[in-house]
Ligand binder design. Structure first.
Ligand code: GLU
Length: 443
């Protein structure tokens, strides 16, 4: 058996940390098992699906390194869905219903008022021929429901363990709307069968759907895949993420300068018993993938933690692996080696390039002290020892030490109160620039 998984986004919005986590876990599992990762574009909703969102999904996945082995689009597979519909009709498992959404709403309200679960009453199964003719004469079109068995459906969930959903408490799902459009359930089952999906890894908001889908796949004489339902992400404040999806889209994070590997490192481990560590190699993340480590409780997504992982990752990033991007920023290897431990985003390295090569505007407090310092700057080439030699000479000459010695120098030389070690920056700034900055010349 070749492990085959799918990630099935609807191209009706952007990928965000919530759904990309499912993509990543599917990808990692496939990779670990030497299996296949299929991208399935769930675009049966013709009004809301767009090509632009589909393109963005592909761009985001490629940026994250989650390349697919195959990809299908549901809108190209209507023949297969139509065939499944015929099969279900011939088995007597698909029935027409004529209620409007207002009528269904009213039914549910009534059930709630009587403390009954809002489960569809199967009125559609009991229509007389007269009633059907009456509906048709009114111009109503039927929607089609799948008749559930009303039995408990069980499976051994790879994350949740033994799981049971009694379909008595579930409404017969609508598979086809009155305008003929397929809803998600039937195409998903047909595709899972035909693409020989072995494992479905997705959020626990799909647990009830899974019971329905197991029944539907069995009705179509298929073998249901294994299921793994992971807990959902919540915000650092304990609330759901949905309202903030805009800011949490992968596109927004890319535009904000975060590293793809920071996102994959973070999301691979969030909600598992493993610590989150920066890992730029997806294969190594795949080696550690284990359903047994996944927790049942909702996992908290905190942007500050992702940013911290981003910084830690940059700290460990070799010049060679990002040289294209650094070249574009005009950042050399020596500069990168000095600043990478002090930045949160890669493009901040360009700010340090400006500090080293460009003009700065420091707030000078003690110009006389700095003029004395300027005279003691050693000649080029400055080395790793130059800073220690320079500052001890200055200390000897002026008697100033500690913070009072170092802070004015740092500010005069970099325009900033914080940053990489001065011993490392000093040779990059060079003696000519250092002298003129200390002497208060404009540069
Ligand atoms: N298009 C569905 C969704 O985004 C797919 C769910 C599934 O994995 O089956 O929720």
């Amino acid at each position: 058996m070749t492990v085959t998984v799918r990630f099935a986004p609807s191209p009706t919005g952007k990928l965000h940390v919530g759904n990309v986590r499912a993509a990543l876990w599917n990808w990692l599992f496939a990779r670990q098992s030497g299996g296949k990762f299929i991208l399935r574009i769930d675009d049966t909703d013709r009004e809301r699906s767009t090509k632009a969102y589909e393109d963005l999904i592909r761009t985001d996945l490629a940026w994250l390194g989650l390349f697919d082995d195959d990809s299908v689009r549901q809108s190209a597979r209507f023949d297969q869905y139509d065939a499944a519909v015929e099969k279900l009709k011939s088995l007597g498992l698909l029935y027409a219903c004529y209620e409007t959404s207002e009528e269904l709403d009213r039914k549910r309200k009534l059930q709630r008022a009587r403390s009954l679960p809002p489960v569809y009453d199967r009125a559609g199964l009991a229509y007389s021929q007269d009633q059907i003719e009456q509906f048709e004469a009114e111009g109503r079109k039927p929607h089609w429901r799948f008749k559930l068995s009303h039995k408990p459906i069980e499976w051994n969930d790879l994350i949740r363990g033994h799981t049971v959903v009694d379909t008595v408490s579930v409404s017969d799902p609508v598979l086809i709307r009155e305008d003929g459009q397929y809803l998600y359930t039937l195409p998903s089952c047909v595709d899972d069968m035909e693409l020989k999906i072995t494992h479905v890894i997705r959020g626990e908001d799909h647990v009830t759907n899974t019971a329905v889908q197991i029944e539907l796949i069995r009705a179509l004489k298929g073998e249901p895949p294994a299921f793994a339902h992971h807990s959902l992400l919540i915000g650092a404040d304990g609330h759901g993420l949905s309202k903030r999806f805009g800011a949490l889209s992968i596109e927004a994070m890319r535009d904000d300068g975060l590293e793809a590997a920071a996102i994959t490192s973070h999301l691979a481990k969030l909600g598992t018993s493993d610590p989150v560590v920066p890992e730029s190699d997806l294969d190594r993340l795949a080696e550690g993938f284990d359903f047994a480590k996944m927790g049942r409780a909702p996992a908290r997504f905190d942007m500050a933690e992702l940013e911290a992982i981003n910084a830690r990752l940059l700290h460990e990033t070799d010049y060679e692996s990002v040289s294209d991007r650094l070249d574009a920023l005009g950042v050399s290897k020596p500069l990168w080696d000095v600043v990478r431990g002090n930045i949160l985003r890669l493009d901040e390295a360009a700010e340090w390039r400006d500090v080293v090569e460009g003009e700065i505007n420091p707030d000078i407090e003690d110009a006389a002290f700095l003029k004395q310092a300027a005279e003691l700057v050693p000649d080029d080439p400055l080395t790793g020892e130059s800073w220690a030699q320079f500052t001890s000479a200055l200390k000897e000459k002026t008697g100033v030490k500690g913070k009072n010695l170092f802070m004015p120098l740092r500010i005069a030389l970099t325009g900033r109160a914080r940053g990489p070690e001065m011993a490392l920056l000093f040779p990059l700034i060079g003696s000519v620039k250092a002298r003129s900055r200390l002497a208060g010349d404009k540069s």
